[in-house]
Design a protein around this ligand. Structure first.
Ligand SMILES: [Zn+2]
Length: 184
């Protein structure tokens, strides 16, 4: 259901979906749409108010996606080009890590995920990347791949973990901040 709220004269449209979620989930997607999921017991008026309370976040996220051209790689960034880029980068990062660390080559899986860009199952040696990375820049995709490879060495997000990330992505703090704005 598409709903609309008015924030200081600006119309904010959002797609409301009823799901068995615990609280209300709100997400601004790189295609500039806003989606909200809430369970059936939450009244629509309450959800509208929630969206209004998040209006500054929503508008700044939309602005962020527009100004960073996070969408709009243009027609050249087709799913095929994207898949090849991911595979190439994955292999390159893998080679880099294998030079310095004693790791087994992990398997790459791709799937659509709702709340994370990637995950690392270090026990099974599987790195899963979010297919929505197609909306991200090459630098951001590179960062996510480095991040997940670093989990093969350090599992949590400790200082030691980010030291490894930083070796490969000196600008990781900026990139991480950009990407965290997409999921809340
Ligand atoms: Zn992580």
């Amino acid at each position: 259901m598409i709903r609309e709220v008015n924030y200081k004269g600006i119309a904010i449209k959002y797609d409301l979906q009823r799901k068995s979620v615990k609280n209300i989930n709100l997400r601004v997607r790189p295609d500039l749409t806003v989606s909200v999921s809430a369970n059936r017991r939450v009244k629509v008026k309450y959800i509208d108010d929630f969206v209004l309370r998040k209006a500054d976040f929503i508008l700044s996220s939309i602005n962020f996606f527009k100004t960073n051209k996070i969408i709009g790689h243009g027609p050249e960034f087709t799913p095929e080009v994207f898949n090849n880029f991911v595979k190439d980068t994955f292999d390159k990062v893998c080679n880099l890590f294998m030079l310095y660390y004693n790791i087994q080559q992990p398997k790459l899986k791709m799937r659509t995920m709702k709340s994370q860009w990637g995950s690392c199952n270090y026990g099974k040696g599987i790195i899963t990347l979010n297919t929505n990375l197609i909306y991200c820049t090459e630098d951001q995709i590179f960062y996510v791949i480095v991040h997940e490879f670093s989990h093969l060495i350090v599992h949590g997000h400790s200082q030691d973990f980010y030291k490894i990330v930083e070796e490969y992505c000196p600008d990781y703090k900026k990139t991480r901040k950009e990407m965290n704005r997409i999921f809340i």
